[in-house]
Design a protein around this ligand. Structure first.
Ligand SMILES: [Zn+2]
Length: 439
């Protein structure tokens, strides 16, 4: 093993390395000009000409940061900064740069440009890592123009095939494959099968918790599992005047009780249990008819599959009890299910340790939304870093985040990646790092 004095200098100097807040912010604002909307948001749908321009810009920046760039058959972009050990698996970060039709400047873009900022910072400080480090741009995360959502990372993780992805059509009938070729990003690298040491993704929270609790960093330990149900209550239509109260079989009463039961059961599984009735149809929906039929949905989420199964059990119990008491029939059917994902303990620890070393107020949390990291987690040790966004608002042109918080998340990303990649040596040109650690 090579234990030169350079190495020991490296290990003591590295903890003082910090990203450049202004440079990160300027890169975000520059990328947000491509597809900028009058209200201050961004409209850059996947595989449009604007997406191509955004990719061109970020790829140029990544190459200027001494990264080699490969593109796979799904249009996923992988930029790699060499380490001392060329044979090692890559410590990867990244996210997406496609947006919603009326999207914001930070969703996805932040994760990619925080990764770019990590590479630039390592260059400034003259750090050579042991393992290579890299930045990925995943194709079509948003799922607005093409379904499936998280398409590029899903194909990478083998959730669906490349052929399936390339055959998808937008509303105008253009295929994913044609759109990809048209912007010049139908790459030749194999989709998936890439050796990853770890994957870290920085992202705005897209919820209100960090801001409300005045925390700067969310140490994300997993994502919620989900179960979707269709529920049909059947009673009997009857005249609202002549039908005595005790003789009624009112399906809407059953549904109303169910709404309360659904909320109560989520509260019993606080703080991470979530349950929602978001859709209801009342039949015959007439002011002077006792409703004989109600269709409703239930959406339940929990970070723990066992807990989610317990919620399922409680939901079925509540439906049965309500139906019995009100003399109704209840048909409750589960129609979809995604298991909860737990991120990798060693990656979560790396994020937590970096956050603590940097002194940022933080909390452990789970992601309520979908992210590329959730698919990548199926094939590589993975975790995420959340930073606050203003009022918890995202998928909206007014989406906003503060330069200080974005800087903090990028610093955590930098040090989590360094902990994983190992610092081989530090050799800033003048013997002093060319960054201001106070900034
Ligand atoms: Zn996103």
């Amino acid at each position: 093993m090579n234990t030169t004095s350079q190495t020991s200098f490296g290990r003591s100097a590295a903890p003082t390395i910090r990203v450049d807040r202004a440079r990160l912010w300027q890169s975000l604002m520059r990328l947000a000009e491509i597809g900028a909307t009058p209200k201050g948001g961004v409209r850059r749908l996947a595989l449009t000409e604007l997406d191509g321009k955004g990719r061109d810009l970020v790829v140029r920046w990544l190459r200027e940061a001494n990264a080699s760039v490969e593109v796979d058959g799904a249009g996923n972009i992988f930029a790699t900064r060499a380490g001392r050990d060329a044979g090692s698996a890559v410590v990867l970060t990244g996210s997406h740069i496609d947006t919603q039709p009326s999207g914001g400047r930070f969703d996805g873009n932040y994760g990619v440009l925080a990764g770019l900022e990590v590479l630039r910072t390592l260059n400034d400080a003259g750090v050579v890592t042991d393992k290579p480090v890299g930045v990925a741009i995943w194709t079509n995360e948003e799922g607005s123009r093409f379904v499936p959502v998280m398409g590029g990372s899903g194909a990478f993780a083998g959730v669906f095939t490349l052929e399936h992805l390339l055959a998808q059509r937008d509303v105008d009938g253009v295929t994913f494959g044609d759109a990809l070729r048209r912007i010049g990003y139908a790459g030749s690298a194999q989709v998936g099968g890439r050796a990853l040491d770890a994957y870290f993704e920085a992202h705005i929270e897209q919820g209100p918790i960090l801001e409300r609790e005045e925390k700067v960093i969310g140490v994300v330990n997993g994502a919620l599992g989900l179960r979707w149900y269709d529920c049909v209550w059947t009673g009997q239509d009857a005249h609202a005047g002549p039908t005595p109260m005790e003789a009624r079989r009112d399906a809407l009463r059953g549904a109303a009780r169910m709404v309360e039961a659904v909320n109560a059961l989520a509260l019993r599984h606080a703080p991470d249990g979530r349950a929602t009735v978001g859709f209801m149809q009342v039949g015959p929906n007439s002011r002077n008819v006792v409703p004989g039929l109600v269709r409703m949905t239930v959406d339940m989420r929990n970070p723990d599959d066992g807990d989610l199964a317990a919620m399922d059990h409680e939901l079925r119990g509540a439906a049965e009890a309500i139906a019995r008491e009100l003399h109704l029939d209840c048909d409750l059917k589960q129609v979809d299910h995604f298991p909860a994902s737990r991120f990798d303990p060693s990656c979560i620890s790396a994020v937590r340790a970096a956050t603590q070393a940097l002194g940022y107020p933080h909390r452990e949390m789970v992601s309520g939304a979908g992210h590329d990291a959730i698919y990548v987690a199926r094939v590589a040790p993975t975790s995420m870093i959340f930073v606050p966004c203003k009022d918890g608002i995202s998928h909206n042109e007014i989406e906003d985040a503060s330069p200080e918080h974005l800087e903090a998340g990028a610093n955590v990303l930098l040090h989590a990646m360094l902990a994983r990649a190992g610092i081989g040596s530090v050799s800033a040109a003048d013997g002093q790092p060319s960054f201001n650690p106070e900034r």
